[in-house]
Design a binder for this molecule. Sequence first.
Ligand SMILES: Cc1cc2nc3c(=O)[nH]c(=O)nc-3n(C[C@H](O)[C@H](O)[C@H](O)COP(=O)(O)OP(=O)(O)OC[C@H]3O[C@@H](n4cnc5c(N)ncnc54)[C@H](O)[C@@H]3O)c2cc1C
Length: 392
Amino acid sequence: MSTTLETDICILGGGIAGLWLNARLRQLGYSTLLIERGALGGGQSVKSQGIIHGGTKYALNGKLSSAAEAIADMPERWRACLNGTGEIDLAGVRVLSQHHYLWSPGSLISNLAGFFASKALRGRVEQVKGKQLPQVFADRAFKGKVYQLAELVIDVPAVVQRLADLAGDSLISDSAPHLQRAADGSIEAVRLQHHDIRAQRYILSAGEGTESLLGDWQQAEPAMQRRPLQMVLVKGAQLPPLFAHCLGSSPKPRMTVTTHPCSDGQWCWYLGGELAEQGASQAPDELIAKAKRELHELLPWISLEGTRWTTLPVNRAEPAQSGLVRPDTAFVQPVANALVSWPTKLALAPNLSDQVIAQLREQQITPRASAPDTSELARPKVSAPVWDICFP
Ligand SMILES: Cc1cc2nc3c(=O)[nH]c(=O)nc-3n(C[C@H](O)[C@H](O)[C@H](O)COP(=O)(O)OP(=O)(O)OC[C@H]3O[C@@H](n4cnc5c(N)ncnc54)[C@H](O)[C@@H]3O)c2cc1C
């Protein structure tokens, strides 16, 4: 027989969006339950590069788009959290790099004159030379230019773990939560294997899984889009740390490299950018061959001997836009007694929480329920880092 748990807010999906929001709402006194059908962070979040963007990569054409404006405050908000003075206490969570960089391999910089002339970017992009250069570029063979961005790179699995720790007893594991539709089209309850959950508001933050939750609830809107990537992973003991967008001739980075710790002490270079976008439909072997050629051309002094290679196909899930373009900000849309959300960027999780909290205030949803007893319920695990999953 199923029993009913009453809560103020029921969140579906425990990626960065759901977990961040859960932590914020609990601080505000709301009782919350978060249902995760797999591993916490195991969707896009732990597969992300962990760059807390300040919008620079969206301004490579010299214009500061609304995406760049919305995201501009995010590095400072995350830094405050990581210092223990922000809205969520992430003190002690590993920062992989205090800076992300832009690197131009040669004379291409002239194509980006508008970008460097842009007033809006002043103070956010600074050329580094000599001793300030990251170790990987400190080679006589390097002829390009390097710019330091006001952006940082975080260890996402560690953030997910901290947010799970802050969630107390609010996390529930269920492999197939079902949204029960009421006669008026709203959500009556979330049906789990042995329990029903009733809430004042339901937040759909299940990443790619939000589409099937909406289908389950018989809601056609808002529509979702997937933008596929095939990331390339290179693992080796001697890889130097590299956190940088490599500039190409288009307004998108030719390649974006981040470096992540594997549990055996080795390092993994995680290659994204245009390489992964254009590589989405390529056979893994072809894409690996291309990535090897690119790295050999761009960083010929770095030895890749003895490294292991693989690829990871993954979709970015976002609200549908015309022409599969990138949405500009975190997305939150009220639908009956639910809010449907996609952060569109890991960095924008705080912005998504702001929007949800503003909606709850506007709809006069205040904390009412006491925390339900979930001590008997299964808890979701935190996902293993993707570099360990991909190189078992
Ligand atoms: C390769 C890659 C690199 C990226 N790099 C960056 C970056 O460097 N910086 C940045 O800001 N952004 C980056 N992004 C984007 C960022 O990762 C995503 O925008 C963000 O992680 C999405 O978080 P989310 O919580 O919405 O979704 P997810 O992390 O996908 O989490 C959704 C969760 O919901 C669960 N779920 C699914 N269906 C259900 C269901 N029916 N019931 C309950 N739970 C369910 C899933 O198991 C999952 O845990 C990257 C994305 C990709 C793919």
